[in-house]
Design a protein around this ligand. Sequence first.
Ligand code: FES
Length: 254
Amino acid sequence: MKQILNLILVHISHPSDNHALMVLKSEEKLPEILPGQFVEVRVDNSPTTLLRRPISINYVDKVNNEIWLLVHAVGEGTKRLCSLKEGALVNCILPLGRGFTLPECGEKVLLIGGGVGTAPLLYLGELARSIGAYPKFLLGGKTSADVLQKEDFRRIGELYITTEDGSEGEKGFVTNHSVLSAGEFSRIYTCGPKPMMMAVARYAKEKAIFCEASLENMMACGLGACLCCVEKTSEGNLCVCTEGPVFNINKLMW
Ligand code: FES
């Protein structure tokens, strides 16, 4: 059930020059949140930014009633969010969209991410581990500094890295990583740039592995009203913000 909440920014850090990790606390009990769901964040005090910004939920800390958002500063709105100070009130609509399907106890699962698309995989990995599955992470970036939250991922499962310049892990793209040749996974989850997810989807189809992808289509309203996020699927054109962002790859026309 989605809610509009004013969350308190209790901590903000900057894991890179153009990213901020915001820890937001709720005074009311947070609603149930599935990994892969997102929030629409209002950007206050901006004459040019009228629309909320969709940000995927990076982590849910149930003990402290907090959510983490990893924000990539790409435009006016997200730059403003990244420059907020601790103590600020952040107005959010959450949780939105459909999340990932959780694995069964004992399943070996691979979570593949690139860029800021790694964000929802942290909470997904944590939940997968908590129900007895075995998550491994395969994260890619242009260079080592692009792969964020490495220690947080390592606390949950094994972490494999690819970088295009070879500065960390294996050189190349995630779909060339040697962990894929073992192919001992019953599920793959992916989020990141579309070409990367399409390559992961091809691999999963070839191996007949269950695979879900979280799409990063441009969004505006986040509520199914503006139709700017539509994706062509086997069931027709669907709004990514309400029918996704997570889709089984067999539904996508990739
Ligand atoms: Fe408006 Fe999806 S963002 S319909």
